[in-house]
Design a protein around this ligand. Structure first.
Ligand SMILES: Cc1ncc(COP(=O)(O)O)c(C=O)c1O
Length: 381
């Protein structure tokens, strides 16, 4: 069969089994379809996964980041330091609560936030550091949290991509300050849409309860009050039921994703060479949500758009993770220019996300590696 006649290969796809589909039917038939017992069950399971800390699920990680910023009391006049090599959620939510994003650069290979730059940019208005953990390598948690503690700022870890990664034997989410997860269909587990916020303080958890549901406080006489305007971010039980089933399968999904990444590393033969993510090591505790490479565009006669089109013509879908936040129209409003954050910009200009999801076969990886090698070799400068 010619390569282009092979079935289309998505770059991300959820795995939802028949038992989960049947379980969703049960929830729909139960008459209780919005937030209820399955939300409580999902939060209990996630709390146990996160070392017994408080967990509140919401309609997305974006909502969780917004609520995390609000629960820290961050607003106008405050600064939040974030990596510019991440998804729009990060800058959007900082700006949405009225604060100023302070963008810093990242490492070219791990893509994690540059903690030297964070240290340099902490100032009197800094209220929080908001790093995104990358698949294959986490931000140095010891240094991050020691720095935040020493300088008296909060940490909101964007762990959207890394549920299941471990730091020194402990799950991401089980340590630190505030941590957010995403359950979007492209992530390691899904609840269709959904996200979670992990935190320690009982008092803050109560405020999160209000902030995710209109700001409503229930008074002893059965009436309700609102002190501050909350959002409407409660997760329906239908979604939570899927989340519970998916969390139980997280170890299988992670093992499959890891096996696929190990195969990518064994089969990758690109010439000219691409910059690859850090190679997996035995027992490194890393999870793999995406496999992104940097194209050697200076050594090619085609640009990234043409490279992606050549793969698409062979039925292989790709993505871009991520554009540079400081160069978005929103980011530039805060005075950033091209050249400010070189690694972030090089990644934004040359990165391609290749297919990686738990339903892929070994042959799918071989097909992607062969297609990339062909396209690169055919367009060497
Ligand atoms: C790094 C990162 N953070 C946050 C988010 C937001 O997740 P959600 O779609 O659940 O709001 C995403 C979504 O893709 C992401 O990639």
């Amino acid at each position: 069969m010619a390569v282009s006649e092979l079935p289309p290969l998505k770059f991300a796809s959820p795995v939802v089994d028949e038992a989960t589909i049947a379980a969703v039917g049960d929830v729909l038939r139960s008459g209780h379809i919005t937030s209820g017992p399955w939300v409580e069950a999902f939060e209990r399971e996630l709390a146990s996964f996160c070392g017994g800390r408080h967990v509140r699920v919401m309609t997305s990680a974006t909502a969780a980041v917004e609520v995390a910023l609000q629960v820290c009391g961050i607003g106008p006049g405050d600064e939040v330091i974030a990596c510019a090599q991440t998804f729009f959620t990060v800058s959007n939510m900082i700006v949405k609560v009225g604060a100023t994003p302070v963008f810093v650069d990242c490492d070219l290979v791990t893509r994690n936030i540059d903690l030297d730059a964070v240290e340099r940019r902490i100032g009197p208005r800094t209220r929080a550091i908001l790093p995104t953990h990358w698949p294959g390598s986490l931000v140095d948690m010891d240094r991050l949290h020691a720095l935040a503690k020493a300088r008296g700022v909060r940490v909101i870890e964007d762990a959207a991509l890394v549920i299941g990664s471990r730091w020194k034997g402990r799950n991401v989410g089980a340590i630190g300050d505030l941590v957010t997860f995403s359950f979007h269909p492209n992530k390691n587990i899904t609840s269709i849409e959904g996200g979670a916020l992990v935190l320690d303080s009982d008092d803050e958890a109560r405020r999160v309860d209000a902030l995710r549901f209109h700001g409503i406080l229930r008074l002893p006489d059965g009436t309700r009050d609102v002190e501050f305007p909350g959002g409407k971010f409660n997760l329906p039980d239908v979604n939570a039921r899927i989340g519970v089933a998916q969390l139980a399968r997280l170890p299988d999904f992670l093992a499959r994703r890891r096996a696929l990444v190990e195969r990518y590393f064994r089969k990758w033969r690109a010439d000219p060479a691409c910059v690859l993510p850090p190679a997996p090591e035995p027992d490194d505790g890393q999870s793999w949500n995406m496999f992104c490479v940097l194209l050697p565009l200076e050594r090619l006669t085609i640009d990234r758009t043409a490279f992606r089109a050549a793969l698409a013509a062979r039925g292989i879908a790709t993505g871009i993770s991520y554009e540079a936040l400081h160069l978005s129209t929103l980011g530039r409003r805060f005075g950033y220019h091209r050249g400010d954050l070189p690694n972030t910009e090089r990644i934004a200009d040359t990165t391609v996300t290749l297919p990686l999801h738990a339903a892929m076969t070994d042959a799918d990886v071989d097909r992607v590696c062969a297609a990339c090698a062909d396209v690169l070799a055919a367009h060497r400068r």
